[in-house]
Design a protein around this ligand. Structure first.
Ligand code: SF4
Length: 192
């Protein structure tokens, strides 16, 4: 039996999914923005765990992000530390409680729905959604972000034998580990 989805355009379907997804995230005493901040900080690399990068990722103002961070800190899910290189900067880190809370991420409901699709179709859908998002970001001026190993500045085996990792960042010249290459980065550069 055809669902209501078959009568809607792709844009309308994305809008409805977005509304449902947002509605799911008013749980656990958190707002959708607070869940998104937790998710981001769990995946961001060392250049990206700061209020400025978070504001760019969420497309929010520094004031809005400040309120989000205060709320998460008050709930014990987040702590602010001094930057490792520059003590004047702020580094954001999830607490054990914050990491544990993400085990019950309400977005799991959406991931579960996607898992009902055949694996190959789910991969094609993710690729297409990524391209739509990229197009919108280029038109509307949002930051791209992206996974480190997909960045054009990522060198796969440029630091063999380095205890910090066999890969290297072409922007900072620093080594990157296998874990680092899976993280999202505020400095991500898509193919030229
Ligand atoms: S290679 Fe690109 S994505 Fe990776 S850390 Fe460097 S700038 Fe960031």
């Amino acid at each position: 039996m055809a669902g209501i989805g078959s009568n809607l355009s792709a844009g309308e379907l994305l809008d409805r999914i977005g509304r449902i997804t947002r509605g799911l995230q008013f749980v656990g005493g958190l707002s959708p923005a607070q869940w998104e901040a937790l998710r981001y900080l769990a995946r961001a690399n060392r250049y990206s765990c700061n209020p400025s990068a978070l504001a760019r990722f969420l497309g929010a103002t520094r004031g809005t992000i400040s309120q989000t961070l205060i709320a998460l800190e008050d709930k014990g899910y987040l702590r602010r530390l001094k930057g490792e290189r520059d003590r004047r900067t702020v580094r954001l880190e999830l607490t054990t409680a914050g990491v544990a809370l993400l085990e019950s991420d309400p977005l799991g409901e959406v991931e579960g729905a996607l898992e009902t699709l055949p694996t190959a179709e789910a991969a094609v859908l993710a690729d297409m959604l990524g391209r739509v998002l990229g197009h919108l970001q280029r038109r509307l001026g949002g930051d791209a972000f992206g996974i480190c190993e997909d960045c054009r500045l990522f060198s796969a085996e440029d630091a063999p034998g380095d205890p910090q990792g066999p890969h290297r960042c072409g922007l900072t010249g620093e080594p990157l580990s296998d874990g680092d290459k899976q993280r999202i980065c505020v400095e991500f550069r898509a193919d030229a």
